[in-house]
Design a protein. Structure first.
Length: 286
């Protein structure tokens, strides 16, 4: 069976990045298959060139995927929790960030030619770059180490995209930017743990443009960090409030210094983006 060059398998299609990638690929008239758990059946609307592969448990993944052939695999699925104490959270992160991704890769590795994986800068400690920042970062790092071992045996163009954080339209995640916007409309106070908190965000539009460059063969395979500027959230909100009649209400819990990874990491290609997060927030609030 001849596989169409523009055929994609996407995981994490119900998430923020994954859902935008699906829309982007469909707009370009590519054929898109999404692998989602049966419990997410109501979260995906059927569209032309969009095919949904449902699975109930991990044992079904190989069987379900073997029925189809893909040349491109974009892995967006992930599960984040800042709690590494609860046993259920640990198991969920291991299953979602390691086991699931490996099972999918093993099922498609013999047919795919391009593989795009989304990693995290939490894989690098703020003091020791060889040590993950938290348990979530550890699960992402372990997954990538297993991939490095497996991909060397296959002729696959592998792109590993690492991010600090992201933003964009239709963001329902429990993250600082959508939380500020949501609380603004609800007249609620946004609590931020420190007035010295710095963020580094990249827009979903920049991510989609980067993926397009990959698909157009403009980038060599490798690990890339899409990087915005490190900026204090307090400074951003103060500048925005100068232009708003109704102000964003913020409560800072303390003034603790919060370090960020600013050193360049070996074997990681940096792609810089001049993000204007203030402009985006203002446009969304007005």
């Amino acid at each position: 069976m001849k596989i169409k060059k523009k055929t994609f398998l996407i995981t994490g299609a119900t998430g923020f990045i994954g859902s935008h990638i699906v829309k982007f690929l469909l707009k370009k008239k590519y054929t898109v298959y999404v692998l989602i758990k049966f419990t997410s059946i109501k979260k995906i609307n059927k569209k032309r060139n969009l095919h949904i592969i449902y699975y109930k448990n991990f044992n079904e993944i190989k069987k379900k995927l073997k029925k189809h052939k893909f040349l491109n695999f974009i892995h967006c699925a992930t599960y984040y929790s800042n709690s590494s104490n609860a046993e259920s959270k640990i198991i969920h992160m291991i299953n979602s960030n390691i086991v699931f991704g490996i099972l999918v890769f093993m099922a498609v590795q013999n047919t795919i030619k391009t593989f795009i994986n989304f990693g995290s800068m939490m894989e690098y400690d703020k003091y020791n770059i060889k040590k993950p920042l938290n348990f979530y970062g550890l699960t992402k790092k372990i997954y990538e180490e297993i991939l490095d071992y497996s991909i060397n045996k296959n002729k696959i163009k592998y792109y590993n995209i690492k991010l600090y954080d992201t933003y964009g339209p239709n963001d329902k995640r429990n993250k600082i930017i959508p939380k500020i916007i949501d609380n603004y409309y609800k007249n609620k106070i946004t609590k931020i743990n420190s007035e010295n908190l710095q963020i580094n965000v990249v827009s979903i539009e920049k991510i989609l443009k980067f993926i397009d460059h990959i698909l157009l063969n403009k980038l060599l395979p490798g690990s890339y960090c899409l990087l915005g500027s490190f900026i204090k959230i307090k400074k951003i909100l103060e500048n925005i409030n100068k232009k708003l009649n109704k102000k964003i209400i913020v409560k800072y819990e303390n003034n603790e210094k919060i370090s960020q990874i600013k050193k360049k990491i070996k074997n990681l290609n940096y792609v810089y983006s001049n993000e204007d997060i203030s402009k985006y927030i203002l446009k969304t609030l007005k």
